[in-house]
Design a protein around this ligand. Structure first.
Ligand SMILES: [Zn+2]
Length: 409
């Protein structure tokens, strides 16, 4: 054992949640055995659950409630391989709605707000999750869905939209359009709730200054109900996670041992209340860390850092681990650099890796050289910078691909 105190919920709450999951799910019964969870060490001995397992197990075999008690299913995007289906009981939907309403409250949203949801509907969890929480709050809800920037702006003007939900890519697209067409005075926006992909401080500043708003990073993914697992408070120092519904561990992605607070690693989640598709030590692949100290805002909910990347997106270049968040750190700090970038990794015939970072920027002399130097210091390998004009890289309504690995492995 590492001696790391990994539990911030009572052992009995975990034992109860795991007992319920085992009792209902033949898959989890076979996987977890029947040993009780009496202490942190028992818990740490339980096997992890992977995305692969959720993909390969039919959801009705995985589910911990009978099919008659499932009132809805959603699926994750399935960008790689088969979709993952997650199921919801009526109580799951109710709990999710309350969690999302709590996210809005943390962001200072009230029933007086008008909330435009430029996020995906259908099998996606975003649309219906954002909507249920907003309606629970009593706010006017505008389910505009993703895409169609002109229509979005029309609705914002007509409804007097004050709050929106979007991915960071789409929020950036709207912010740039509003800036370009000098539309800010016609809009009443004050808050953006941004979720579903990792986004850096440079992007955040462009969205906030372009629209004159405050943004809040919301956490979640389909397997964890959907977005709404946690959110930033007005201090913007990490995201509070709803520890009455989730137990969060951070583990070293290679050794899978829990790491101390403040140390980055993979987020591993156990659900405490989810009935239909509960999770036991689920490896999210998201990279973050836990804050050791309670938040100065006074909230008792523990915090994790904003997501720094996914363990799937990290690539090794000349033996050094490279993460997109390292690029964000530099871009946020260099004058004249834009927020959008792509990283291209390739290998020449001699077997030597190269890393080219294509980044948007202004025409300040020396900008490319300064970026190359800063990237090299941050990442630890030589980086070639390909500077392109602002607005040249793709922006879209969903997630934006940033890392392109062209090597044949
Ligand atoms: Zn706080």
């Amino acid at each position: 054992m590492t001696g790391v105190d990994v539990l911030d919920v009572s052992v009995s709450a975990l034992d109860e949640a795991i007992g319920r999951a085992r009792a209902g799910s033949s898959f989890l019964r076979a996987k977890l055995g029947d040993a009780p969870v009496r202490d942190a060490e028992d818990f740490a001995r339980l096997p992890f659950t992977t995305k692969q397992e959720l993909r390969e197990t039919p959801f009705l075999d995985y589910a911990a409630v009978p099919a008659e008690r499932i009132v809805r299913i959603h699926s994750s995007s399935g960008t790689t391989g088969k979709r993952t289906i997650c199921a919801y009981s009526a109580k799951d939907i109710e709990d999710w709605t309350e969690m999302f309403a709590r996210c809005y409250r943390f962001a200072g949203v009230t029933e007086a707000d008008r909330v435009q949801l430029m996020v995906g509907y259908g099998m996606w969890t975003a649309g219906v999750g954002f909507q249920a929480g907003s309606e629970r709050l009593g706010a006017m809800t505008i389910p505009s869905g993703p895409g169609n920037t002109e229509l979005q702006l029309e609705l914002m003007r007509e409804a007097g939209t004050t709050v929106f939900g979007a991915t960071s890519s789409f929020a950036l697209l709207i912010a740039e359009l509003v800036e370009r067409e000098a539309l800010r005075d016609e809009l009443s926006l004050r808050v953006g709730i941004i979720g579903s992909e990792r986004w850096g401080d440079a992007t955040r500043r462009r969205i906030e200054s372009g629209l004159g708003i405050e943004t809040f990073d919301v956490y979640g993914m389909t397997e964890l109900w959907g977005p709404g697992t946690g959110v930033e408070c007005s201090l913007h120092e990490g995201m509070h996670v709803w520890s009455d519904h989730y137990h969060v561990e951070i583990v070293d992605p290679e050794t899978l041992e829990p790491v101390p607070d403040g140390t980055p690693g993979e987020v591993v989640v156990t659900t405490l209340t989810k009935e239909a598709t509960p999770l036991v030590r689920y490896r999210t692949r998201d990279l973050s860390f836990r804050y050791a100290q309670p938040c100065p805002c006074g909230s008792p909910y523990p915090r994790i850092g904003r997501i720094e990347g996914r363990s799937d997106d990290q690539v090794k270049v000349r033996g050094v681990i490279f993460l997109p968040a390292q690029v964000d750190t530099v871009l946020a700090d260099v004058e004249g650099a834009g927020s959008e970038f792509q990283a291209h990794v390739d290998r020449d015939e001699a077997g030597r890796d190269s890393l080219v970072i294509r980044v948007e920027g202004g025409d300040r002399p020396g900008l490319a050289a300064e970026l190359a130097q800063r990237f090299q210091a941050q990442i630890g390998v030589r980086v070639d910078v390909d500077l392109v004009p602002m607005g040249e890289l793709p922006r879209n309504a969903g997630k934006t691909k940033r890392v392109f690995d062209h090597r044949d492995h």
